[in-house]
Design a binder for this molecule. Sequence first.
Ligand code: K1U
Ligand code: ZN
Length: 177
Amino acid sequence: MALLSILRYPDPRLHNIASPVTAFDERLKKLVADMAETMYDAPGIGLAATQVDVHEQVIVIDVSEARDQLQVLINPEIIWSSDDRQVYEEGCLSVPGIYDGVERPSRVRVRSLDVEGYPREFDADGLLAVCVQHEMDHLKGKVFVEYLSLLKRNRIKTKLQKEERELKRDKPAMAAR
Ligand code: K1U
Ligand code: ZN
């Protein structure tokens, strides 16, 4: 397994649209294993392939306390969303150090494939519902800061660009990751 580099906002590759997975082969299994290792190491509760510069519809999620309930979603679709909505203070491994409230449907029903290509459907609420919707946005090229005001988004962009410049100056090997 390997740790993958995570793209940082405002990298334009975070806006690529992911294509459906068509081959359920060893390459897909390795991508999923590497994404899971990267998510646990970060640490995060989810990771979309877009964030590791792979533009295919692959997501890993683990919202469990014990960090032992990995969920793999290939070609996910939201087939139902509740009318009631909740605001959750979201974070993102591609937008380090920034947390802000985003309003989304409280409950969703998801249809996806597993790593072998078998279909599955499940209902999500609470943090799982938030995380699934956040990760599915990544596959559509959307980062959570795009729900915030233009003023906030520009401040975040400026802050992260400054951090990136400082990283390149002080630790060039890390900035090239
Ligand atoms: O970058 C990502 O997409 C992962 C992101 C997922 C997410 C978090 C919160 C709301 C919606 C989606 C993260 O995991 S950020 C890190 C984080 O929230 C966390 C990390 C360790 C333990 C608990 C939370
Ligand atoms: Zn994210």
